[in-house]
Design a protein around this ligand. Structure first.
Ligand code: IMP
Length: 196
């Protein structure tokens, strides 16, 4: 028995506070590949308003840690469309609820410049404070919805250098997504932290 032995972080399940089941499943699968196990937690925290996913995630992690007093992480993400001056950005969840992916396509009718970027900010909080990890995936907005997997804007986003949308190719999404980029940075930092 490991009486008195300090539990290694890799033996523990890290708490991911999110109300989005898709985000959780993607994070679980990506982090598993990095040797990090997670568990799901729900907590209703009023979301800070703003245009910066990193600041929003940091505020949410701080509030969640204050409430739960346990190491945890949260994420805030969004789709930033160039021709719409970054809209819907940090308001992506709200815009999807109001307009859906088709509503966004309508706003872009006749737009040739279709560049966009998905951004994810992960914020981890523990007794030492908050650390953030940002990941991004550049691409374009497709002219119409294609594919049936994933969630929200997956059916209209084509990552750079590719022809399929995230919703048409979930393996592609798992390899190149904004979420993967942020989570890989986070996992690397956790690994370093455990070593020190
Ligand atoms: P929030 O991080 O809860 O503010 O919501 C982010 C919103 O951005 C989601 O509800 C989706 O509408 C959108 N979003 C973020 N990541 C993805 C993704 O991987 N695929 C499709 N839509 C996403």
């Amino acid at each position: 028995m490991r009486t008195g032995a300090k539990r290694k972080a890799s033996d523990m399940k890290l708490l991911f506070i999110t109300g989005n089941r898709h985000k959780f499943l993607e994070a679980e699968s990506i982090l598993k590949g990095c040797g990090v196990k997670i568990e799901h937690g729900s907590l209703s925290i009023p979301e800070e308003r703003g245009e910066d996913c990193e600041a929003i995630a940091a505020a949410a992690a701080r509030a969640a840690y204050r409430a739960l007093k346990k190491p945890l992480f949260v994420e805030d993400s969004g789709l930033f469309i160039e021709s719409l001056n970054g809209f819907p950005g940090a308001y992506s969840a709200w815009a999807f609820g109001k307009l859906g992916a088709d509503g966004i396509l309508k706003l872009m009718t006749g737009t040739v410049k279709r560049g966009a970027e998905f951004v994810t900010a992960i914020a981890y909080a523990d007794e030492d404070g908050v650390r953030t990890f940002v990941g991004a995936c550049k691409g374009t907005v497709a002219p119409m919805q294609r594919g049936s997997t994933g969630f929200a804007y997956d059916a209209i986003f084509v990552p750079e250098g590719q022809s399929k949308t995230f919703a048409e190719d979930p393996e592609l999404k798992a390899r190149v997504s904004h979420r993967r980029m942020a989570l890989e940075k986070f996992a690397k930092w956790l690994e370093e932290k455990e070593k020190s």
